[in-house]
Design a protein around this ligand. Structure first.
Ligand SMILES: [Zn+2]
Length: 229
């Protein structure tokens, strides 16, 4: 669904929350209400402005829960096992971080720890709390702050880069010895799939709008309570 071409005079009459700007070509437009499954596209460059997902809250919550359940085995169970000269080594993401740290590569260890463990976990917790706030009508102020933090962290969680590194090492080491894949690798791939699916399902535009509506409702309730007292 494309937005109608804007007339500058009509746009001046609208409040900021009724406007949307194209991230690609900077065209300013009036925001349209979308039905489930519809997408809004920029009429000038065709960029997808936002989309409206059906059952967004419950589907996203299920994906956050699945990703959190996979998080521990993905990081602490063996990604691969390498048999070399009669010895078998089970490697986990966490043991890789420790091995880097002990090999005096503390900075690399810190980057791997942040981008493959800590930041993906914090991102999931932020997303989970924001979704729970919307589902259970918890205070919106904290969730709004958390969702802003989540956007700051988005660039830093790089599970897919780490996954790529793991796959390259597997290809390189396959000739060295007896290499077998571990449960951790399956969980890690599952975690990656859940996160990519979650990014596509948890429509930012819907989340911001729902948080804004919830905050407005809560502010009206507060004013009513004060007036009653
Ligand atoms: Zn555009």
């Amino acid at each position: 669904m494309s937005e109608s071409p804007p007339s500058p005079d009509a746009l001046k009459q609208l409040a900021p929350e009724q406007l949307v700007i194209c991230h690609e070509c900077d065209l300013l437009m009036a925001k349209m209400h979308l039905a489930d499954g519809e997408k809004a596209q920029c009429p000038r460059c065709g960029f997808e402005l936002y989309h409206h997902q059906a059952n967004m809250l419950t589907r996203s919550l299920a994906l956050v829960l699945a990703a959190l359940l996979l998080f521990v085995p993905a990081n602490f169970m063996p990604i691969m096992s390498l048999g070399l000269l009669g010895q078998h080594n089970n490697e986990t993401v966490w043991s890789a971080v420790l091995a880097l740290y002990q090999s005096e590569m503390a900075l690399v260890a810190l980057i791997v720890f942040l981008s493959s463990m800590l930041i993906p976990l914090l991102k999931l917790l932020c997303q989970g709390w924001v979704l729970l706030t919307l589902q259970l009508k918890l205070p919106a102020g904290f969730a709004l702050w958390l969702y802003r933090i989540y956007h700051q962290m988005r660039e830093w969680g790089m599970l897919e880069v780490y996954m790529f590194g793991v796959l390259v090492s597997i290809v390189k080491m396959v000739d060295l010895g007896d290499l077998s894949m571990g449960v951790g690798l399956v969980c890690f791939i599952g975690l990656l799939v859940c996160q990519i699916w979650l990014e596509a399902t948890m429509s930012e535009h819907q989340v911001w709008e729902m948080l804004d509506e919830l905050r407005t409702e809560q502010q009206v309730d507060e004013v009513m309570d004060e007036a009653c007292d």
